[in-house]
Design a binder for this molecule. Structure first.
Ligand code: CO
Length: 136
C-alpha cells in the first residue's frame, strides 16, 4: 500500500499551514472540519505532483475533547499517524483481523475528503499509529 498522507497534530492550523507553505513550498489542497472526530484538518501537497501523491495532513482539535486534543495534552504537537491508501478499507480490515492485528474500529468510518478510514493501534505496529484510508 502506498503512503497516502502523514498526519501531524498541531495547536494552530493556520500557523501550521503557513509553516509548510514557507518551509517546503507545499500548497493547501483541502480543508475541512470533521465534526465526528472533533478536528479541523488541512491537506497540503506539492504543487507539481499528480493526484494520489503523498500529502501532509494537519489536525487541529476543535475543543478539549477528542483524540487529537488528548494527544496534544499528553505529547504536544508533532507526528501523529501514518496513513496507507487502501482500495477497500473494509476488505483490508477483514484481512488484518484474520492475521491477528484487528483495527481499533469494527467497521470503516467516514473521514476527511469523503474517504473512509480505520486505525491500527501503535502496540500492534511497532509504536506508530497507522491509518488505512480509501473507499469503504
Ligand atoms: Co489521517
Amino acid at each position: 500500500m502506498r503512503i497516502d498522507h502523514i498526519g501531524i497534530a498541531v495547536e494552530n492550523l493556520d500557523d501550521a499551514i503557513r509553516l509548510y507553505e514557507e518551509t517546503a513550498g507545499l500548497v493547501l489542497t483541502h480543508r475541512e472540519e470533521v465534526r465526528t472526530q472533533k478536528v479541523r484538518v488541512a491537506f497540503l501537497g506539492h504543487p507539481g505532483e499528480a493526484e494520489g501523491a503523498t500529502e501532509i495532513e494537519l489536525l487541529e482539535p476543535t475543543g478539549e475533547e477528542g483524540a487529537i486534543a488528548s494527544f496534544l495534552r499528553k505529547r504536544g504537537p508533532g507526528l501523529h499517524h501514518l496513513a496507507f491508501h487502501a482500495d477497500s478499507v473494509g476488505r483490508e480490515m477483514a484481512r488484518l483481523k484474520s492475521s491477528g492485528r484487528p483495527p481499533l474500529q469494527e467497521a470503516p468510518r467516514p473521514g476527511a475528503r469523503g474517504h473512509h478510514v480505520c486505525f491500527l493501534h501503535p502496540k500492534d505496529c511497532g509504536g506508530a499509529l497507522l491509518e488505512l484510508v480509501g473507499a469503504p
